[in-house]
Design a protein around this ligand. Structure first.
Ligand code: ATP
Ligand code: MG
Length: 354
């Protein structure tokens, strides 16, 4: 079995952490019959400064034929944020219908975290964020500009198809992985049109999965529960805006950006899904060789899971866990002195002892 993926390292530490992921792919190729071939694309801020584009005109067509995209990070002070985001990440997410944003919120043993004083049960759940519609829409506008009665309207757009398909993904993921409870993040007591529709649509999907306990919480309470009893969740389903907020909160309670992975998934598989660390290009530490490669390597593990190689995913995660809990080879963001390269090697050595 083999897959072909597109690799976009991007800017700053994106390039540094991607090297470690590629080393790991090579090691897995060497030891497993499952082969990943990859092509590296140099589309980043330098490319933009030379060509005035983040990617070529036919960039999306070039990417479309790959089985997945492994992405590093993008962002550079010489290029405005809205260009890097709107001319690269957003077009990929939207045209490849990656309507599921998938974030494991899992506290590894040995990771320092702000909840350590009062939470001593395992934190291990999945956050699913609707990634294609909802609150982040450009429907709306301003009226009466400059007058006292000036106003702005921003509309959320929730469609039956959009909500149903992300809910279907969440429930079937829960089913496949034996997760017992699904928590809906809502605010239908105050946002009475779109959020009521969100709830009703999710509840009609829930009826098809009677073995999964369904619960819903208002987003304000749920944010507090993430801190007070994060061990209580299995899978949390949230709209685009609520999911955005909960994913940063989720990342914070399990140890921060250096280790937080994510996936933008097109569940139908008619377009490539994209796997990327939550962090950005971190210009403050770029070029120093001290970026933590774990978020990138964990994102690679999610890619193997999406390719139905749960065993390889689990093996990579065990390798990461092993390196983190011995605390010998960890980068400065986790309190260590190791380099990016050393952490990458240590993880590979845990998988395939040399
Ligand atoms: P961008 O604009 O590209 O999103 P940013 O400056 O907004 O970049 P991030 O790059 O996401 O933010 O990271 C914020 C800070 O967290 C960084 O400046 C860096 O100090 C730290 N950080 C992020 N990722 C890592 C990592 N992999 N290893 C170590 N530190 C990291
Ligand atoms: Mg950022």
């Amino acid at each position: 079995m083999s897959k072909k993926i597109a690799v976009i390292p991007g800017d700053g530490i994106g390039m540094e952490v991607m090297n470690e992921a590629l080393k790991l792919i090579e090691a897995i190729n060497e030891h497993d019959s499952f082969q990943i071939e990859y092509d590296v694309f140099d589309w980043n801020s330098d490319y933009y400064l030379q060509t005035n584009r983040m990617m070529p005109k036919d960039g999306l067509e070039q990417l479309q034929h790959y089985d997945a995209i492994l992405f590093g990070a993008i962002g550079d002070e010489r290029v405005p944020d809205d260009i890097t985001i709107w001319e690269m990440i957003m077009p990929i997410r939207k045209s490849f219908q990656q309507y599921v944003n998938f974030r494991p919120i899992k506290l590894l043993d040995g990771i320092d975290n702000p909840l350590r004083h009062h939470v001593n049960k395992p934190i291990d759940f999945v956050l699913i964020r609707e990634n294609a519609e909802g609150e982040y829409s450009n429907a709306g506008g301003r009226m009466f500009e400059g007058e006292n009665r000036e106003l702005a309207i921003q509309n959320s757009v929730m469609t039956r198809q959009g909500v149903t398909q992300v809910a279907e993904f969440a429930f079937s993921y829960a089913n496949k992985h034996g997760l017992k409870k699904l928590t809906n993040a809502t605010k239908s007591n105050a946002i009475i049109h779109s959020m009521k529709f969100w709830d009703q649509t999710i509840e009609s999907v829930a009826e098809k999965y009677p073995t999964i306990n369904y619960e819903k919480y208002y987003i304000d309470a749920l944010a507090a529960y993430f801190v007070q009893r994060p061990y209580d969740f299995n899978i949390v389903l949230a709209s685009n805006l609520f999911g955005d907020i909960l994913s940063d909160l989720g990342s914070a309670i399990v140890g921060g950006l250096g280790i937080s992975p994510s996936a933008n998934i097109n569940p139908e598989g008619n377009y490539p899904s994209m796997f990327e660390p939550v962090h950005g290009s971190a210009p403050d530490i770029a070029g120093k060789g001290i970026a933590n490669p774990i978020a990138q390597i964990w994102s690679l593990a999610l890619m193997y899971e999406q390719f139905d190689r749960q065993d390889i995913h689990d093996k990579i995660l065990a390798g990461i866990q092993n390196v983190v809990s011995t605390k010998k080879v960890i980068t400065p963001d986790m309190g260590g002195t190791a380099t990016t390269n050393e952490v990458g090697d240590a993880i590979i050595n845990k998988l395939y002892k040399k």
